[in-house]
Design a protein around this ligand. Structure first.
Ligand SMILES: Cc1ncc(COP(=O)(O)O)c(C=O)c1O
Length: 413
């Protein structure tokens, strides 16, 4: 096995068509698409019987540990279209001290901060940009809360595709600089992510930008799907009892739900599914409200605010897909306060040495809340998503200083 086998060996591909997630209407593969004719997200469909015959667990086990090991379940047909910056399989990290302290079952974090550009947005964007390259797209545009824009900028620059990116004006400086340094034109907008999305839609209509907004093109879901493929393989082709996912646009939650169905269809896992828990911030919780009201679509959350900027998404086009996965799985949607997020971040860093991003910390806060109110049982194995490296976020000043010219009281240090 050579380290770059997945990037250099042609493998059979099995995409048959794209399907409207709402109406089921078919759209042809290998053509440029945004939303379906009904204005809903498109899902990529595969000849899963063909995949079942072509791929075995043993063959997979011999491949290098990166996202491209799942090529038979991915849309990119030719290796020459793969735009890679090193999409490693992210580790599962156990948090035994916190699990013991809370008296719960196994507590595991999938640490997505190890990916290129430091967040799980790399998974979706590496796929969207590789497919953009395959389909000859020249100019991509996107609204972002930061991490998605950074991943788009990086992969698009690598592929030689022009990018124009819009983010809310209070997006952390590190994200905006990262986007610009990685070759995109980036603008701060006095509004939220859906206001930025309106500018992208206008640019699409007026000058033909390709809109890479969450779920408005078909391939980011396929990239995010690999989180589900990976974690099942890492757990020995098993799934955890509960997955807590920090939900903005919900691509990852929808993608993982799709991954589990495909894995069952190719005989890699059984019918057991994790309960999918959509975690949102109390200051922006449209999915939680819709879940509690028992409705299929979520209305816009006005005056959205939270320190977890990645999940500050007032309205999501894939709302019905998020809610469907949550309900079908027997999961739930839960909101956590900014205070609980900060306390969770501090606790995991201090006690386990695991510096989460605020969105990742939201999943730990939600886990604690759910364990306390009985929505997660003490014998359940729970998996949290740390969706970006904690190092990307502004950290509080907590340094103590020492004057080396004065006598040092070592016993007190
Ligand atoms: C760190 C972080 N966590 C979570 C999310 C939400 O992800 P999704 O859109 O898949 O719900 C984002 C999206 O910007 C993010 O940057």
């Amino acid at each position: 096995m050579r380290h770059n086998d997945n990037l250099t060996n042609e493998r059979p591909t099995f995409v048959t068509h794209l399907e409207c997630a709402y109406t089921g209407e078919h759209h042809p593969a290998d053509e440029v698409h945004n939303l379906s004719r009904a204005g809903k997200p498109l899902l990529v469909r595969y000849d899963l019987l063909g995949v079942k015959e072509a791929l075995s667990k043993d063959a997979l086990a011999c491949r290098p540990a990166d996202l491209w090991r799942y090529r038979e379940l991915l849309p990119v047909r030719r290796v020459s279209d793969i735009v890679s910056l090193g999409e490693v399989v992210t580790p599962l990290v156990w948090l035994p001290k916190l699990a013991r302290k809370l008296g719960g079952g196994d507590l595991i974090v999938k640490d997505e901060g190890r990916l290129p550009t430091g967040s799980f947005k790399a998974r979706g964007l590496v796929m969207a940009v590789s497919m953009g390259k395959a389909l000859g797209i020249k100019h991509m545009a996107m609204p972002t809360n930061g991490n998605a824009g950074a991943a788009l900028a990086a992969y698009a620059s690598s592929a030689g595709i022009k990018t124009t990116i819009f983010c809310p004006e209070d997006t952390p400086e590190v994200n905006v600089s990262e986007i610009a340094l990685q070759g995109a034109s980036v603008y701060r907008v006095n509004g939220l992510i859906d206001d930025c999305g309106k500018i992208v839609a206008e640019g699409k209509a007026k000058v033909g930008w390709f809109d890479v907004s969450t779920l408005k093109e078909p391939y980011r879901i396929e990239g995010k799907k690999t989180m589900g493929l990976e974690l099942a393989e890492q757990l020995g082709w098993d799934v955890p009892d509960v997955i807590l996912y920090p939900t903005g646009g919900g691509t990852g939650l929808i993608g993982m739900w799709k991954a589990f169905a495909e894995l069952e269809a190719i005989g890699f896992i059984g019918s057991k599914r994790p309960r999918m828990v959509a975690v949102q911030a109390a200051g922006c919780a449209p999915m939680v409200r819709a879940y509690e009201q028992g409705v299929e679509h979520a209305t816009r959350w006005e005056n959205a605010h939270t320190i977890a900027s990645g999940i500050r998404v007032p309205q999501a086009i894939g709302d019905f897909l998020i809610l469907r996965a949550v309900r079908e799985s027997g999961g739930f949607a839960i909101a956590v306060s900014d205070e609980a997020i900060t306390a969770a971040l501090d606790e995991a860093a201090r006690e386990e040495g695991f510096l989460m991003c605020p969105e990742g910390a939201a999943t730990y806060a939600a886990y604690k809340q759910s364990l306390a109110d009985g929505r997660i049982r003490r014998d359940e194995r729970a998996l949290l998503f740390n969706c970006a490296t904690g190092l990307k976020y502004p950290l509080p000043a907590v340094h103590k200083t020492l004057d080396r010219h004065k006598p040092i009281d070592f016993a007190a240090l």
